[in-house]
Design a protein. Structure first.
Length: 433
């Protein structure tokens, strides 16, 4: 009996020690997966209730953007000029504002960089390693260049760039209920998304000499200011994302004349950027239950071979969204159909190159429709007028547009695994909206 009690005591102590070790393990998210969150969540108050619902005095900030941007495909640069109208709906006077400069993640000099481990060997070091370490600190030319920052009247405003964040010092405090307007001119070198990583950039196709641009997390944008955290001004490391301030957007996107653009929001000038044949196809798609090709495979393939020298400007508007993303390429086939969600028409669309034609032409736009109809039944009605699936070799979502993978073999064939993976990522990313 004594031996049995001793064994049980040792077992209890061992289990306790293991449990304690798990709880103290810095490599685990939480030692006890069933722990209460009371000490982690903000204390309930008049802004936020314990149930998670907004309180009686809940508020959130708003930022509206008017952006004019130009894609320089030859030099792989993006130039932008934006006007930001920031509304202070908080009860606090604000003497400065914080903005995110996500694109600085690709810079060797402006990047937060603390997420990368040291390249210093713990045992040996040679001249080659030292030279590589020195090269890591040389300016690689990437990151946002702020060329001008003024108030609405053109008067310069003082600002400070701190790696992936920028602070604007207001000349006078922005009081509760007031708004302020400022303008920023900027540009940056577009990164090779396939080689450098990240969610935005370009993919180059050497066989036809063309690019596919996915422009995401691309413009200086407002950080969130909240009642429980104040300014969210943590550095962006490229491996996460933050909450964003909702607002309205008007974005004018100037690209090579033979490019096709897709974007957050609704295009305001299809009549100006589409030729009569494509405009007629677009109008037909407004009432079609089957995908209509607005840009055909033959047209996209021909465009790859004869690059235009002029430009076109596509204008988009989006209301009450947290972010804005777009894509541009002459490689794109474009198809669309219309569906109905709670009495509202939603245009479901897909853009993809010839490398994905065999899969996306059959499945993508129908998968978009299936997703918004199904999720609308089980959660809330899809709130936007557009839902788009873009084949861009990987997956990530933004309001009304998402980037997915799913390319065929060179002979147009594909496996069931590739097809099912493509359908899964489309459903997943569209569902995030």
């Amino acid at each position: 009996m004594k031996a049995l009690l001793a064994s049980c005591s040792l077992l209890v102590l061992s289990i306790g020690a293991i449990a304690q070790d798990i709880r103290n393990n810095p490599n685990s998210n939480h030692g006890n997966r069933f722990e209460q969150l009371g000490t982690i969540l903000p204390t309930p108050n008049e802004y936020r209730t314990a149930s998670g619902a907004p309180g009686s005095k809940y508020w959130q900030q708003r930022a509206d953007y008017v952006i004019n941007c130009t894609l320089d495909e030859k030099n792989l640069r993006l130039f932008g000029s934006e006007t930001v109208t920031y509304f202070n709906n908080s009860p606090d006077p604000l003497t400065y504002l914080w903005l995110q400069l996500d694109e600085n993640e690709h810079s060797t000099t402006k990047n937060a960089n603390y997420q990368d481990p040291s390249s210093v060997s713990q045992t040996t070091m040679n001249v080659g390693q030292l030279e590589r370490m020195a090269d890591e600190k040389k300016d690689n030319g990437f990151g946002v260049n702020i060329t001008k920052l003024t108030d609405a009247m053109g008067k310069p405003i003082r600002y400070t760039v701190n790696k992936t964040m920028m602070r604007i010092d207001l000349p006078t405090a922005l009081l509760p209920g007031q708004k302020t307007v400022f303008k920023i001119d900027w540009n940056y070198k577009i990164p090779d998304r396939m080689a450098q990583g990240g969610r935005g950039g370009y993919e180059y196709f050497p066989e036809d000499g063309n690019h596919l641009f996915t422009i995401t997390q691309w413009f200086p944008r407002m950080c969130v200011y909240s009642d429980f955290q104040g300014w969210q001004n943590h550095q962006f490391t490229g491996r996460g994302e933050f909450a964003l301030t909702f607002g309205n957007y008007v974005v004018n996107i100037t690209v090579p004349a033979d490019h096709i653009v897709a974007s957050t929001g609704e295009c305001q000038n299809y009549a100006q950027v589409l030729n009569p044949t494509r405009l007629a196809r677009w109008q037909k798609a407004q009432t079609s239950n089957e995908p209509i090709e607005i840009v055909t495979l033959a047209e996209a393939t021909a465009a790859e071979k004869t690059k235009a020298t002029g430009t076109k400007t596509w204008t988009y508007k989006a209301e009450n969204v947290r972010d804005f993303a777009w894509t541009s390429s002459r490689k794109y086939v474009w198809d669309a159909l219309a569906t109905n969600v709670a009495g509202r028409k939603v245009m479901c669309m897909s853009l993809y190159g010839k490398e994905a034609y065999g899969l996306y032409r059959k499945y993508s736009t129908k998968a978009v429709r299936h997703t918004i109809q199904s999720y609308s039944k089980f959660s809330i009605n899809y709130p936007y007028p557009v839902a788009q699936s873009i084949e861009a070799s990987n997956g990530m979502e933004y309001p009304m547009i998402c980037f997915n993978y799913g390319r065929t073999e060179k002979d147009g064939t594909y496996s069931e695994a590739t097809k099912n993976g493509m359908l899964g990522v489309i459903i997943h990313e569209v569902g995030h909206n």
